[in-house]
Design a protein. Structure first.
Length: 400
């Protein structure tokens, strides 16, 4: 690491190469804010991973024996056993103490207010003069945030929010959540970004024809969703809506990209509704291959029951695919009905079906909305612009 740069301690239970949205955001920001050194204290999910790894201005310090397999929980975040998490908290805290004696950390960055946040809190309590930046990205329902993930740390979870010197959230919904939980620090809304280079890639007709052929798609209308198969993402509502749409659009396919604990239940639902041949469960698709599936799709749909932001919406918008969502959580920050996308009523698959049919049946309106959404994605959600906002935060905190 460059000895002349200021050092920032980052606490995140999961990190590269096992990543959720929050960890991807941290990595994208770190590689662009190259005037600081970052040390990430994280869990070791695999025995093959190095305990310490250096990549440019980023050093990863991992704890644990590995072998967990990098599983994801229902919220999309990677998890280990409870003992791994407790072990991580104390090891990360102690490792930060030792390194602080050598390199002097100037900022503490907690990536979400769970186990990484607890480790960051302990370090903050030992060094109250070092400013603590808390990033809140949780996309679960408020009940789950209070009694579930935040409940796992109970009193400590509230203390992380109250003792933060600066809080970054990805939506206005989460800003209100933090304020209700006792935040006294300045709160800045900075959304996650989109890899605009990846999600503007062009494909040849041969490539598009090949993927359609592999999926058995001919002249079908194609609905796509990318999400964890969990209750909060409303995949059951999408399947019911697709079944309704089949009454009007016989040549319809629905691509469900992602995996999760509800997969078997959702497959059974598709069979019960007699649409199993139209609902294609494709499992996990690598990020670099996602644009190809977006490109052959006519509309992106996620009937979210809760959402911190919804990066998949932004990826679809960047690819020029019209999006349909629900007015929950952070979705309303960017999805304006009839302008940048379309909104369906929450928990109402019949209204969702009506919106899908409306979008598929109005190509001129679809093109107009796609153009507005594309402009929004490029204006507000590039990682370069978001990294600049974070650099400003770090600069403020260094002089805190």
């Amino acid at each position: 690491m460059d000895q002349d740069k200021y050092n920032i301690a980052v606490f995140s239970f999961a990190f590269s190469p096992f990543e959720g949205g929050a960890e991807i955001a941290a990595r994208e920001i770190i590689q662009r804010v190259n005037n600081y050194n970052f040390t990430v204290f994280t869990h070791k999910f695999s025995r093959q991973w190095l305990s310490r790894e250096q990549k440019g201005n980023l050093e990863m310090v991992r704890f644990g024996r590995g072998g967990n397999g990098g599983q994801k929980g229902e919220t999309g975040q990677y998890y280990g056993h409870l003992r791994d998490k407790i072990f991580y908290v104390f090891r990360a805290w102690q490792a930060a103490e030792k390194l602080h004696a050598k390199r002097r950390f100037r900022v503490i960055w907690a990536v979400m207010a769970s186990y990484g946040g607890v480790a960051a809190l302990f370090f903050k309590l030992s060094h109250p003069s070092i400013p603590l930046l808390l990033a809140i990205q949780e996309g679960d329902s408020e009940r789950h945030l209070v009694f579930g993930k935040f409940g796992l740390v109970g009193f400590l979870g509230r203390q992380i929010i109250k003792r933060a010197d600066y809080i970054q959230v990805i939506s206005n919904y989460l800003k209100e959540f933090a304020e209700k939980r006792g935040a006294v620090a300045p709160i800045e809304v900075i959304p996650n970004g989109v890899d605009l280079d990846l999600f503007s890639v062009k494909y040849t007709d041969v490539e598009l024809k090949a993927i359609r052929g592999n999926l058995g798609i001919t002249d079908d209308y194609v609905i796509i969703t990318t999400s964890r198969l969990v209750h909060k993402n409303g995949i059951d509502l999408l399947i019911r809506a697709a079944a309704e749409c089949k009454k009007n659009f016989f040549n319809l396919k629905c691509l469900i990209i992602g995996d999760g604990p509800e997969k078997r239940v959702l497959q059974d639902l598709a069979k019960k509704l007699k649409v199993e041949s139209s609902i294609l469960f494709l499992g996990q698709i690598t990020q670099k291959d996602l644009p190809l599936y977006f490109k052959i799709s006519d509309v992106f749909v996620r009937a979210s029951r809760s959402e911190g932001l919804g990066s998949s919406f932004l990826e679809a918008m960047a690819m020029g695919v019209p999006v349909i969502g629900t007015p929950v959580g952070g979705i309303v920050d960017f999805l304006k009905d009839g302008r940048t996308g379309f909104l369906a009523e929450s928990e109402n698959y019949e209204d969702l079906a009506k919106k899908i049919k409306y979008v598929l049946g109005n190509p001129a309106l679809r093109e107009k909305v796609v153009a507005s959404a594309l402009e929004l994605a490029h204006r507000n959600y590039s990682w370069d612009n978001i990294a600049k906002l974070f650099r400003n935060i770090f600069d403020k905190l260094i002089n805190f």
